[in-house]
Design a protein around this ligand. Structure first.
Ligand code: FES
Length: 132
């Protein structure tokens, strides 16, 4: 959902990857500067589609990768938190097994432009959700 009175074209996105850079089962970490804070996030290719989430588990506010940039299960079907095994659907960020069952990773809005993947701060959308 777009912020009121401001669309994504007017907000500044950060180039985080080239389109086609990641294949299925690959992830790439990146950082976004949002309202004075640095957010660590991960780009995910699952079955050819690209998603991005804040790298913060829904169970405890910890990074999910113990081994740097290792988020997928062995079979590349799910994202998994290395801390206590919370398991997430890559396409939705929903926790489908573990201590935060039913919770969702915070999504990062993405856009593809000129062969580049741009990421946007999630705050605008979250604020809008809060007031609806
Ligand atoms: S911190 Fe991720 S499962 Fe506990």
């Amino acid at each position: 959902m777009m912020g009121r009175g401001m669309n994504r074209k007017q907000r500044r996105g950060k180039v985080v990857a080239r389109a086609g850079e990641l294949s299925h089962g690959m992830t790439k970490k990146f950082h976004l500067r949002c309202q004075g804070n640095t957010i660590e996030a991960l780009l995910v290719n699952y079955e050819g589609n690209i998603y991005a989430y804040v790298n913060r588990c829904c169970h405890l506010p910890l990074s999910m990768d113990w081994v740097d940039n290792h988020f997928f299960t062995e079979n590349k079907r799910y994202l998994i938190c290395a801390n206590h095994g919370a398991t997430y659907e890559p396409a939705t960020g929903e926790c489908i097994w573990g201590p935060c069952f039913g919770a969702f990773l915070q999504g990062i809005p993405l856009e593809v432009s000129d062969g580049k993947i741009l990421a946007f701060c999630p705050e605008e959308e979250d604020k809008e959700r809060d007031v609806l």
